[in-house]
Design a protein around this ligand. Structure first.
Ligand SMILES: C[S@@+](CC[C@H](N)C(=O)[O-])C[C@H]1O[C@@H](n2cnc3c(N)ncnc32)[C@H](O)[C@@H]1O
Length: 222
């Protein structure tokens, strides 16, 4: 019998996964366009660019966690694992029931929370942030929410992160979803990832304790 090399078998398998993920994603967008914020999943290139801002997993403690908000079909999650983040260190917060089911099947060792990521200060389990949070990685469509909610989700995340650790967000927009000074943070931006359609870039917010004295008030609002 003719042996198909492993690499060719993987390549033959990949498109089928991709097509069904894109169909799932598009169906989600038809049902709730403002929740989905995009018509198709992120590219692996964008996921890889986001994952590259996560601190070196070699430096993690055994109970370290990386929190992902809006993981969708898990493209970015997979890139976090390829970066070396242990699957058991991942906490994924996803709004869609269908995506939660998919994520549980794909990442059985990760903690999957079916919930609202904007409730990070109120409705999410109190234990989030008790273990050291090494990074928060977000694919939330922030521009579909008012300024205060965007500021709160990033500000509340920075409060739970280790000092200097990143809140990592992708964006298609030319403007930033949150002005860093407004939440007492500093902002780093990546080059545009052109292999993503549409091109996107990565925004990295880190707490800057010397910045605006109004920041704590914004964070207390949730
Ligand atoms: C732009 S898509 C993410 C794409 C993901 N990176 C992928 O490629 O599959 C936004 C995701 O955020 C989720 N989402 C939107 N609002 C949310 C919320 N309030 N809490 C948790 N997840 C949310 C959506 O269900 C969707 O999966």
């Amino acid at each position: 019998m003719l042996e198909i090399p492993q690499r060719r078998r993987q390549e033959a398998f990949r498109p089928r996964i991709k097509v069904s993920d894109e169909a799932r994603f598009f169906r989600g967008w038809l049902q709730r366009p403002l929740v989905m914020g995009a018509v198709s999943p992120s590219s692996r290139a964008l996921g890889r660019a986001m994952a590259s801002y996560v601190p070196d997993p070699e430096t993690f403690k055994p109970n370290s966690k990386v929190l992902e908000l809006g993981p969708g079909t898990g493209v970015v999650t997979q890139m976090l694992i390829e970066r070396g983040v242990p699957e058991r260190s991942l906490v994924l917060v996803e709004y869609s029931t269908e995506f939660c089911r998919l994520l549980k099947a794909r990442f059985p060792a990760a903690e999957i929370i079916h919930g609202d990521a904007y409730g990070i200060g109120a409705s999410l389990p109190a234990w989030i942030g008790v273990d050291p949070l090494e990074a928060v990685v977000s694919s939330l469509p922030l521009f579909t929410k008012p300024d205060e909610m965007r500021e709160q989700v990033i500000g509340q995340s920075l409060d739970r992160l280790r000092p200097g650790a990143p809140f990592i967000q992708f964006s298609y927009a030319l403007t930033t979803p949150v002005k860093a000074k407004k939440i007492g943070a500093k902002l780093e931006t990546s080059p545009w990832v052109k292999r993503n359609l549409p091109p996107a870039r990565v925004l990295v917010y880190r707490s800057d304790r010397t910045a605006s004295p109004t920041a704590p008030a914004v964070r207390r609002a949730v």
